[in-house]
Write a protein that binds this ligand. Structure first.
Ligand SMILES: [Zn+2]
Length: 124
């Protein structure tokens, strides 16, 4: 296993994906999966959500999955786990192009509005 891997900068590009479930907290439908980087074997928690009626609402977050989780990993615990990570990679049409594929931290903006989401989303 290599210690440095490109996935640490932009998330695993070459990966195996294991689907965990759909997070319906707050009425969203977030796809939760675990990705395993084929280059280094690191496990990543992947969260994707979009709001079909809204332009530029698609967003994904990928964070290194800790070895010792405080709570079992199910769809509903994915967001609290990501929130607590030192950093995660974010992407999707929701973010400015310059921010896609970059690290961020803090509460993941998974909801359409509030909780770090768009103050007023534009309806298409
Ligand atoms: Zn890797």
């Amino acid at each position: 296993m290599t210690t440095e891997c490109d996935c640490l900068e932009s998330g695993p590009k070459s990966r195996n994906k294991e689907f965990i479930g759909v997070d319906k907290t707050d009425g969203r439908y977030g796809d939760v999966s675990v990705l395993t980087c084929k280059d280094c074997g690191r496990k990543w928690l992947h969260y994707f959500v979009e709001y079909e009626a809204f332009r530029a609402s698609g967003r994904w977050f990928e964070g290194l999955l800790p070895d010792d989780l405080a709570t079992p990993l199910i769809a509903e615990t994915a967001v609290p786990i990501l929130d607590a990570l030192p950093w995660y990679i974010r992407g999707g049409s929701y973010f400015e192009p310059a921010l896609r594929g970059t690290r961020s931290s803090g509460p993941v903006p998974v909801n359409l509005s509030g909780r770090g989401g768009l103050p007023e989303a534009q309806e298409t």
